[in-house]
Design a protein around this ligand. Structure first.
Ligand SMILES: Nc1ncnc2c1ncn2[C@@H]1O[C@H](COP(=O)(O)OP(=O)(O)O)[C@@H](O)[C@H]1O
Ligand SMILES: [Mg+2]
Length: 239
């Protein structure tokens, strides 16, 4: 279906300028990890990517000092400067995509970022409390969508799942289906490569290309692409 060994692969499929926000009202679910991995995959594929780190812990700001990836810019900024910073970045024409990494709290930057998003990715572990938190973000997305008079597409992403399918994972899938929650088919398994990324700076698509975490991130980026390609009306329905 896709060829992740072709360096031009992502570039060729990803024409639309996209603002992708990683959100959840819970910490430790994999927002920063997924944001960094996806941003790297896009940059490695040829896109100019800006990551805006809005978490005052500056997880990605620190990570970027270890990771030197061509075409990838990471900016950790103070929350109160977000509006101006974002407007300037968007208007500059310097970037093909902007990825926003949010803190795990419900604060004003969450709402500001949601309002500007073309896609919101909500990482959640396959557990009852995580799924409950994910629903809180979904209702925030709907609120912001109503206020700004547009539907904001979003998808849940199961993260840190056990490699073998367990009762917990089955529960999560059943619950999500029952609630009609849009979900990425790709789920991120609990893997060392995701932790290594913060130690050695290497994203999964470099650390283990085409397998394990690398293959997961490639599959995820392909799903994001499919969302970006949907006609406007379909995107709106997805929201
Ligand atoms: N799929 C995964 N497999 C293994 N470890 C992971 C995975 N996703 C995240 N982690 C680890 O879990 C911790 C929290 O992840 P992080 O991305 O910082 O979450 P958040 O940004 O939502 O707070 C980090 O130590 C990270 O390395
Ligand atoms: Mg984080």
């Amino acid at each position: 279906m896709f060829n992740y060994t072709d360096p031009h692969f992502y570039k060729s499929i990803f024409e639309a300028f996209m603002i992708i926000t990683f959100a959840s009202s819970k910490g430790g679910v994999g927002k920063s990890t997924t944001c960094a991995a996806v941003a790297c995959a896009l940059a490695l594929g040829g896109a100019r990517v800006l990551v805006i780190d809005l978490d005052q812990n500056r997880t990605l700001g620190r990570w970027s000092k270890r990771a030197a990836i061509d075409r990838l810019t990471v900016s950790a900024i103070a929350t109160e400067t977000f509006g101006t910073y974002f407007r300037d970045a968007e208007a500059s024409g310097d970037y093909d995509h902007i990825c926003i990494d949010l803190p795990g709290t419900r604060e004003v930057t969450l709402f500001k970022a949601l309002a500007r998003s073309d896609l919101v990715i909500i990482p959640a572990q396959a557990s009852e409390p995580d799924l409950r938190e994910a629903l809180v973000v979904v209702s925030d997305i709907r609120d912001v969508g109503e206020t700004t008079n547009r539907k904001i597409p979003y998808r849940l992403l199961l993260t840190k799942i056990f490699p073998l399918r367990t009762g917990v994972t089955d529960y999560a899938y059943a619950e999500l289906e029952r609630k009609g929650m849009p979900l990425f088919r790709t789920a991120l398994v609990e893997r060392v490569a995701y932790r290594e990324m913060f130690l050695n700076g290497q994203p999964p698509t470099i650390f283990e290309p085409g397998k394990g975490a690398g293959a997961e991130i490639t599959a995820l980026v392909n799903e994001i692409h499919a969302i970006a390609e949907q006609p406007e009306s379909e995107l709106r329905k997805a929201g």
